[in-house]
Design a protein around this ligand. Structure first.
Ligand code: ADP
Length: 630
């Protein structure tokens, strides 16, 4: 063990020698013996002793008390005074320098040793305590969580850096000053009424108590803090102060709230999906790998004829035995391949309607977990029993309608064709009657003969139109790509005479080649051009056939400079036998536009007129560019 070094400051040479010898005998090392205060200080810095033995009364400028004070301040060394009883006053002064002990001269060796040992020990202890305090201060100041000590009344005693910055203050001092103007609760607690409860819990025992508390920061924002709070007691059990740790959990709380919100939204969505699932007009269910129902909606449960809950854990075999084989085979396929099977039509009987054969469209989709492993099969079932029935009925009706339509067309053909023969007979014999006997009867008889001839001719035209209609609607002619320029030429060829007689100017744009029924389309142009000539006014008739391409259709227009049509009748003229004029004004049957409309619609187009009375007319019709449905 190292010897403790002692420096002696004593102006009495004999005494100092005596002490030196005694100390060395005791096992100390005497680093120096100095006789004056002035000399002592530089020697201390040179020798750095562990303890200084100092005579209070020294010769020279500085006495022992002054020297001791300097030693304490500058070197922090323990000083033990050597004094005599007579120096009581000086001793009082010396006490102010907080010495480590006194030895009264003439000294007792044992007492001297004891005092030195105590001095050395005390100094050592003080040093340790000081470093402990420093350590504690460091920990307190630099801890990452907020720490405070406060009084029961709520005044801060000390706070650390973390707490002041957590609460938005620039220094610990500022925080303490601001809070202590009021008290902790009123200044920084968002709910000050909570503090009494914290206090009463803290003083009840020495344990930590924790609370989630809202703190008001300097900028007014709220900080959510987790507070750990306890009391620190004196040895007599009284409360010394209260200690608290605060961690900022605002972000945690926000995260928690965001998580809760997301979770709530997810639950809402789930409830929504559940609702949709249950109220879906399509039957839905999910089977696990053992083909047991794990979920089923109300609709499918109703189709099957059991409450939804009764399905869970059971197999289709137990619930719908008559169709389970088909369902299971679909399920197994989907399980094996991991692929959906779409739109399988299935017929069968379920317990909900015994004896009734029903039809469904069934679809199976693999049911996967989040890793994509197939863990079951979901089915969707759409009941189409009624639809099927309606479809069948519709099919029958269409079939019947087709038959009766064909009959009607045959009838129209027979009527128009076969009636022409007797009619022609009536007409020719009446004409014969007229040519032979005109003037032989009275005037009235001649007039009657005229009526018969006129009526028969009209009937002949009606029968001709009817024949055209039945020919057009029953034609077997195929649609083909035809140049419409050619069609227009062919249409006006038979009208050559009328055109020339009336000086008709007829022009047309260059026409496209499209998929049409030739005979029908000739009829369309012929009818529109004939009307354009027929309903002319006193001007030279000008007719133009235009064409333009608009998106996916051709738009044709046949325009004239004739009498025009009151917009009031634009729809009516396309109906059968509808005419706007008396026969003696303009001849006709009212079948032409009706037939034209039928033909255009048969080509997937439509027809309309734009016209005003006295301002000419344009009849428009469309034909699709891609005509796939004819
Ligand atoms: P019809 O020519 O035999 O009278 P349509 O069905 O062809 O029968 O025409 C119906 C009616 O539409 C005609 O009676 C006429 O009043 C009117 N109409 C048709 N085309 C024109 C036209 N270009 N200008 C004026 N009116 C017309």
């Amino acid at each position: 063990m190292l010897k403790s070094k002692i420096l002696i400051v004593e102006d009495d040479a004999i005494e100092s020698m005596d002490i030196k010898i005694n100390l060395e005998n005791m096992g100390y090392e005497v680093s120096a013996v100095i006789s004056s205060g002035e000399e002592a200080l530089p020697m201390i810095s040179q020798h750095m002793p562990d303890l200084v033995l100092m005579d209070i009364i020294l010769k020279g400028k500085m006495n022992g008390v002054e020297v001791a004070q300097k030693i304490k301040d500058e070197y922090d060394l323990p000083v033990i005074y050597l004094t005599s009883n007579s120096e009581e006053k000086t001793l009082e002064k010396a006490k102010l320098t907080e010495p480590f002990g006194y030895v009264i001269k003439p000294y007792d060796i044992v007492l001297l040793r004891y005092t030195i040992e105590i001095g050395l020990y005390k100094h050592k202890m003080e040093k340790k305590l000081e470093s402990r305090l420093q350590y504690f201060k460091n920990v307190f100041d630099n801890a990452p969580i907020g720490i405070f000590h406060s009084t029961i009344e709520g005044k801060f005693i000390r706070v650390n850096k973390a707490l002041s910055s957590m609460l938005g203050y620039s220094t610990q001092k500022e925080l303490i000053n601001e809070v202590n103007k009021l008290n902790v609760a009123d200044k920084i607690y968002n709910s000050p009424e909570k503090r009494p409860e914290f206090i009463s819990n803290a003083i009840k025992d020495d344990k930590w108590h924790s609370y989630k508390n809202e703190y008001i920061r300097k900028d007014g924002n709220i900080m959510i803090g987790e507070l750990y709070f306890r009391s620190i007691r004196n040895t007599d059990g009284s409360i010394r102060y209260l200690e608290g740790f605060i961690t900022d959990v605002t972000e945690q709380k926000e995260l928690e709230e965001a998580r809760m919100k997301t979770e709530m939204i997810a639950w809402d969505r789930l409830a929504e999906i559940d609702g949709i699932y249950d109220s879906s007009p399509i039957g839905l269910c999910t089977l696990d790998k053992d083909l047991r129902y794990i979920r089923i909606n109300e609709n499918l449960a109703r189709i099957n004829g059991f409450p939804a809950i009764k399905h869970i854990g059971k197999t289709p075999r137990e619930i719908i035995p008559t169709i389970s084989e088909k369902i299971e085979s679909m399920a197994k396929k989907t399980l094996k391949t991991g692929r959906s099977i779409m739109g399988v039509e299935m017929e069968g009987i379920t317990p909900s309607m015994p004896g009734v054969l029903r039809t469904w469209i069934v679809q199976s989709v693999p049911f996967k977990d989040i890793d994509g492993n197939v863990i079951g099969i979901s089915f969707s079932v759409l009941e189409i029993t009624e639809m099927k029935k309606a479809q069948k009925e519709l099919f029958e009706t269409v079939k019947k309608l087709k038959l009766s339509n064909e009959e009607l067309q045959r009838f129209a053909y027979v009527v128009s064709h076969d009636f022409k023969e007797p009619l022609r007979m009536v007409l020719s014999f009446t004409q014969l009657l007229k040519s032979r006997y005109e003037g032989e009867f009275d005037n009235e008889a001649d007039e009657f003969i005229g009526f018969i001839i006129e009526g028969s001719k009209r009937m002949e035209r009606l029968l001709d139109d009817l024949l055209t209609y039945s020919r057009i609607t029953t034609t077997e002619e195929k649609y083909s790509e035809i140049d419409l320029n050619k069609i227009i030429e062919d249409s006006i060829y038979p009208l050559k005479l009328i055109i020339e007689d009336n000086n008709v100017e007829i022009t047309w744009d260059h026409m496209p080649t499209i998929l049409i029924n030739r005979t029908q389309m000739i009829h369309v142009f012929q009818n529109l051009i004939t009307n354009a000539i027929k309903f002319r006014n006193n001007k030279t008739p000008k007719i133009h056939v235009s064409v333009k391409l608009e998106r996916d259709q051709w738009i044709f227009g046949v325009s004239d400079n004739g009498i025009g049509i009151d917009p009031h009748y634009h729809k009516r003229i396309f109906e059968v036998f509808q005419r706007l004029h008396r026969r003696d004004e303009y001849d006709g049957t009212g079948m032409g536009l009706f037939l034209t409309k039928k033909i255009i619609e048969g080509h997937n187009g439509h027809i309309w007129v734009e016209s005003e009375e006295g301002k000419g007319s344009t009849f428009y019709f469309t034909l699709p560019v891609e005509n796939n449905n004819i």
